[in-house]
Design a protein around this ligand. Structure first.
Ligand SMILES: [Zn+2]
Length: 431
């Protein structure tokens, strides 16, 4: 069978917007701009186009409580004042009267994508959806997220579609803590997240986002966090994580399907992530993961707030799903010390469970260090870090958006434009 790629999109998902601040980062252009870019590159026409359809209640309840669903449903008829009040009950969310419908479309679209992949109607696909999902907990909205699209798709896959092993790769710059919670003791779903952490000082400021949270009970070793303790991480740092940790574990796990929580807020120019991943790298990520599960890869959009890098990242991801060759990467240096430390720490805690890490020599006697060359950070958590807990969950960040200063923004934009211009999308006539 020729490989076929599904693209889920619907203009209707632009109805959810912040009625108090039209410049709020989680805005409708986050799907319309990438869609336009994919059209310009001729990618949309090459996909099997799927309109996002609203999900059923049972689907929502795979990941959320009835109380949460009811709460979301009620907001359809709320006054502006009541919307404001309910928005303030949660960390970093806003509601309007369309939030409910759009959340159901985003979830419905993601779920129908995985159904079609499992039914072999398509090989792989992308759900260009919003609002995002990976911070939405069973009983709590959080971080721009209302229904957890990817987590529910994974649950649906193992509970209803007969799959045994699902790999979730979350490259959004924020930790998908809600996805972690949903599968923390479940060995059927391996959750792998790379996220900005800064030793706990970055949102959502959770102790459990660190590398030593590896799952519980039967799910032990099936939760993998790669914390990034510095900003400015670039292609070489992310590629090192893929090659040293993710791909070895993924091949050993041997998933039936790969789900990607694709956040582009780790991309160059995104002021929330402050990382420097260039657009071409997303094609390589997708390509590497397409080697698993006979290419059954289901991508759903999460974050990404710099429209330019978001659009380019989405387009290059989709292009890779369509089977086009990956563009050459810009020249890479060595991975930085901090990421090597994180990688070594992850290997240190996972080595007892995964054969792929056991070829790494273990330093015997004394400290439980794994690599000879690195002094692995033994002090976790760092002292004097204030973690967020259920008791002190404040409305901490995102409603007041931080911004890069103009000079930095211009510099990143220019760098990004150069990258886009120099990205060769050449396909050899004979491969
Ligand atoms: Zn994010």
């Amino acid at each position: 069978m020729a490989s076929r790629t599904g693209l889920v999109y619907s203009q209707d998902m632009t109805g959810h917007k912040n009625i108090w601040d039209s410049n709020f980062p989680e805005k409708p252009e986050r799907i319309t701009d990438p869609y336009r870019r994919c059209s310009e590159l001729g990618l949309v026409d090459r996909c099997i186009q799927m309109k996002a359809e609203s999900c059923r209640d049972e689907t929502v309840l795979l990941g959320h409580s009835e109380a949460l669903l009811e709460k979301l449903k009620c907001t359809v008829s709320f006054s502006e004042e009541a919307l404001k009040t309910v928005s303030q009950e949660y960390d970093s969310v806003y509601f309007n009267n369309e939030t409910y419908a759009c959340s159901r479309l985003a979830l419905g679209g993601t779920v129908s994508l995985i159904e079609d992949i499992v039914d072999q109607k398509i090989t792989n696909g992308m759900a260009l959806v919003r609002p995002p999902g990976h911070h939405a907990m069973r009983d709590k909205f959080c971080g721009f997220s209302f229904l957890n699209n990817i987590a529910i798709a994974a649950k649906h896959a193992v509970c209803n579609l007969g799959l045994q092993r699902v790999l979730i790769v979350d490259w959004d710059v924020h930790h998908g803590q809600a996805t972690q919670y949903m599968f923390y003791d479940d060995p059927r779903v391996l959750y792998f997240s790379i996220h900005r952490y800064e030793n706990g000082q970055f949102w959502p400021n959770l102790r459990e986002s660190d590398y030593d949270y590896i799952g519980d009970g039967e799910g032990e070793s099936y939760n993998i966090n790669v914390p990034l303790n510095q900003i400015g991480m670039a292609d070489s740092d992310y590629m090192a994580i893929f090659q040293q940790i993710l791909m070895p574990v993924a091949y050993e796990f041997c998933p039936d399907v790969v789900l990607i929580s694709a956040g582009y807020d780790c991309a160059l120019g995104d002021y929330k992530g402050e990382m420097k991943v260039s657009p071409a790298v997303f094609a390589h990520f997708t390509h590497m993961l397409s080697g698993l599960a006979e290419g059954r890869v289901c991508v759903a959009l999460e974050g990404g707030y710099c429209l330019k890098s978001l659009s380019e990242g989405v387009a290059l991801t989709l292009r890779s799903l369509l089977g086009d060759p990956c563009p050459m990467l810009p020249e890479m240096g060595e991975p930085c010390y901090s990421v090597c430390e994180s990688i070594a720490n992850v290997i240190k805690v996972l080595r007892p469970y995964w054969k792929c890490f056991q070829y790494q020599g273990c330093v015997t006697g004394g400290e439980d260090a794994v690599l000879h060359v690195l002094a692995v950070n033994e002090r976790h958590p760092r002292p004097n870090i204030e973690f967020s807990t259920d008791e002190n969950c404040p409305d901490r960040y995102e409603l007041v958006a931080t911004q890069l200063d103009d000079l930095q923004q211009t510099m990143f934009e220019r760098q990004l434009e150069d990258l886009i211009e120099n990205t060769s999308l050449y396909t050899p006539p004979s491969r």
